[in-house]
Design a protein around this ligand. Structure first.
Ligand code: MEV
Length: 441
């Protein structure tokens, strides 16, 4: 527990994180408490309260204990052609190079109608854990036999979803050996249509648990969605022509890079991180539950008992590069933050997607393109060159460069291998002086 002594208004007082009723205070009062605790300045306080494109009122209803908002860069990746349709892809991310890499990759993936991407359907899994059953295999049969009754009860919870053609569609049951003995795990398979689905699925799982208890004579405990959404997959694939990427040598390099990931989980984690750079940037822009997407992706990558890359890169019979990706993609365009966050609404408008499945298709395609960009860079010049350019520009801006000076300062620092803040400052001063002198000459 954080508990240190400090002197406030001349009296020794305890600095404590225990603030009863913190959640009930308004934003400004909460911020005052935090400011006192952390010694925030007036400037820092007003920066936190500065209203950007997410107003404080909306922020305050989205989560608890809000003391401000935080802005991230919102960018758009260009050049994406997916299933024959052009997309400008909104991306929110703190890492430089990702958006540029996605745009560049998409540029060489426009032939033959671009990247292909399809989904398996918006089926989510709700899990119900059943404990204390002496004859779990027998009771499993009884659960499966009561499928229609279970589904009917689940569907009573969401008549709107059912009217749209969605709702609970199937029941599965497994006997799982756990460290606490066998337990029955029931899966409710729900077509959630355009929602991410957690609310609908959790409500249904809770609603059917008394019936499951009646059938089994056991006790249900957890009733919750599974983020291993392996019935809601996106599959994306693309052919990249060898002449568009520097020839067969580059194709071989990318295939070898993929093989490394397929053989070594240490590399597979980084390989998949590159995919998630693209996927999560779109998820953030459209206010998805990105933790759910991450959890699903990594669980799916490890589904065989070994952590594997989510994508595959091969060379076809003509020497071209062909790539494919398969991963869970639980995203929604109705409900949740997608409809509350004003920027998420704009992001969806820029994308122009009509269904959650279309959004999933775009995100799979972006993941594949992002992965290609990383492997191409790694297998050729290495990624530091591109990174350094942006890094140097950032340092130049931090050192006070504006306009044309940004690129000039960055170029000199890269050329001289000295990408340092102090050096950037020196250069900004020197070049500004020279610029002034030129003007007055
Ligand atoms: C960096 O954010 C992502 C990469 O490390 C992905 C990869 O190594 O494939 C470049």
């Amino acid at each position: 527990m954080l508990l240190t002594s400090c002197r406030i208004r001349g009296v020794m007082s305890e600095k404590t994180s225990r603030i009863p009723g913190f959640y009930k205070l308004d934003i400004k009062t909460r911020l005052e408490k935090v400011a006192e605790f952390a010694g925030l300045t007036e400037e820092e306080k007003s920066l936190l309260l500065k209203e950007g494109n997410l107003d404080l009122k909306t922020a305050d209803i989205m989560i608890e204990n809000v003391i401000g908002t935080m802005a991230y860069p919102f960018a758009v990746a260009a050049n994406f052609l997916i299933n024959g349709k052009d997309y400008l892809v909104p991306m929110v991310i703190e890492e430089s190079s990702v958006v540029a890499a996605a745009s560049n990759a998409a540029k060489v993936m426009r032939r033959d109608g671009g990247i292909k991407s399809k989904t398996t359907g918006p089926y989510m899994i709700g899990q119900i854990q059943v404990l204390g059953v002496k004859d779990p295999w027998y009771k499993r049969m009884l659960i499966l036999d009561a499928k229609d009754e279970i589904l009917a009860q689940a569907n009573e919870q969401d008549p709107v979803l059912v009217k749209l053609g969605g709702g609970a569609k199937d029941v599965e049951a497994r006997v799982v050996e756990s460290p606490k003995g066998p337990m029955i795990i029931v899966h409710l398979i729900v077509d959630v249509k355009d929602a991410m689905g957690a609310n609908a699925v959790n409500t249904m799982a809770e609603a059917v648990s008394p019936l499951i208890e009646k059938i089994t004579g056991g006790k249900t405990l957890l009733r919750i969605i599974s983020n291993l959404a392996d019935k809601r997959l996106v599959r994306s694939w693309v052919k990249v022509y060898k002449e568009d990427i520097g020839g067969e040598e580059v194709v071989d390099g990318i295939v070898n890079a993929w093989a490394f990931a397929a053989a070594d989980p240490y590399r597979a984690a980084t390989h998949n991180k590159g995919i998630m750079n693209g996927v999560i940037a779109v998820a953030l822009a459209t206010a998805q539950d990105h933790r759910a997407i991450e959890a699903g992706a990594h669980a799916y990558a490890a589904r065989t008992g070994r952590y594997l890359p989510l994508s595959t890169w091969e060379k076809d019979e003509d020497g071209n590069l062909v790539g494919s990706l398969e991963m869970p993609m639980a995203v929604g365009i109705i409900g949740g933050a997608t409809k509350v966050h004003p920027i998420a609404k704009i992001a969806l408008k820029i994308l122009g997607v009509k269904t959650a499945q279309e959004l999933a298709e775009v995100m799979g395609a972006v993941g594949l393109a992002q992965n290609f960009a990383a492997l191409r860079a790694l297998a050729t010049e290495g990624i530091q060159k591109g990174h350094m350019k942006l890094h140097a520009r950032n340092i130049a801006v931090m050192a006070g460069a504006t306009g044309e000076l940004v690129d000039k300062v960055a170029e000199i620092m890269i050329r001289e291998g000295k990408i340092k803040f102090n050096y950037a400052k020196e250069l900004v001063e020197k070049l500004s002086r020279e610029g002034e002198a030129d003007k007055s000459a």
